[in-house]
Design a protein around this ligand. Structure first.
Ligand code: B1M
Length: 214
């Protein structure tokens, strides 16, 4: 993708300009830029840059919410390019954001990337109690349970998810991957998760790695 188009998308996300995001993303697709490149190099960095500005106190929640809508316009345009009938079904992933946590932008990107790579994703949404992950694992017989957490306060609930998967008898049947900004590989290891990914691209690689080793 050209630098000018990349910058236009990135800035439009940060400005919360839905129309400009849609036009620029469509232009990128029309120019033959792969959807993954538009996502990975322009939309996500735009949202991450805004996240940094939020952290620095330069922008506030209303701006964030407006930018989320703008980003979603772009993601909606990309989505059909990730999920073609020609893509083989690779396996099933149960995915959700852990109880107490309402952040879903990153989780939705992980979902989109997995679907784009041929996985069926059972999306449990946000604020998902540990028992619901276990119930969904029993109901859908997934290969992987994937849990997102964006808050340090909800990290401990990830350990509860691991416990409930064990006590409900499904732990040995599924691989478990965790991710989200405050998490680390060390934390994932400490709760006994099988995998960790710090972005939506490596989440797919990590799921594939686990599938290959099971
Ligand atoms: Co919230 N928020 N927020 N927020 N918010 C953060 C996370 C925070 C770091 C901001 C800050 O204070 N600096 C902070 C958490 C601090 C902490 O715990 N250490 C925070 C806080 C405190 C809160 C509230 C408590 C604020 C309040 O009300 N006082 C509140 C909590 C509500 C709740 O969840 N119970 C809250 C609310 C919100 C909004 C509703 C306004 C909105 C969420 C909207 C939504 O998601 N629908 C929001 C947002 C947007 C943010 C920031 C600004 C941006 C998050 C985001 O979407 N990033 C964030 C600040 C920041 O990140 N700098 C912040 C873009 C997204 C693409 O990245 O989500 O990291 P990310 O996802 C990445 C990777 O993490 C990874 O892949 C994704 C893409 O590459 N990934 C996975 C994510 N899940 C994965 C799962 C995997 C693998 C990889 O496998 C399973």
């Amino acid at each position: 993708m050209t630098d000018d188009l990349n910058r236009a998308i990135n800035e439009a996300v940060q400005a919360g300009d839905q129309e400009k995001v849609a036009l620029s993303v469509q232009e990128a697709l029309d120019r033959g830029v792969p959807a993954i490149e538009v996502l990975d190099q322009a939309l996500v960095p735009g949202m991450q840059a805004l996240g940094e500005r939020f952290t620095q106190g330069e922008v506030y929640l209303p701006e964030i919410l407006i930018s989320i809508r703008a980003m979603n316009r772009g993601v909606d345009l990309l989505r059909p390019n990730f999920t073609g009938e020609e893509i083989a079904r690779e396996g099933t992933v149960v995915l959700g954001t852990v109880e107490g946590d309402l952040h879903d932008i990153g989780k939705n990107l992980v979902k989109m990337m997995l679907e784009g790579n041929g996985f069926r994703v059972v999306d449990l949404g946000v604020d998902v109690p540990p028992a619901s992950f276990a119930a969904a694992a029993q109901e859908h017989d997934p290969d992987i349970v994937a849990v997102s957490s964006l808050l340090t306060t909800t990290m401990t609930t990830l350990a509860e998810v691991m416990d409930v998967l064990k006590t409900s008898g499904v732990r040995d049947k599924v691989g478990v991957i965790v991710g989200g900004a405050p998490l680390t590989q060390e934390f994932a290891d400490s709760i006994g998760a099988d995998g960790f990914a710090d972005d939506c691209v490596s989440a797919v690689a990590e799921v594939k790695r686990l599938m290959a080793t099971r």
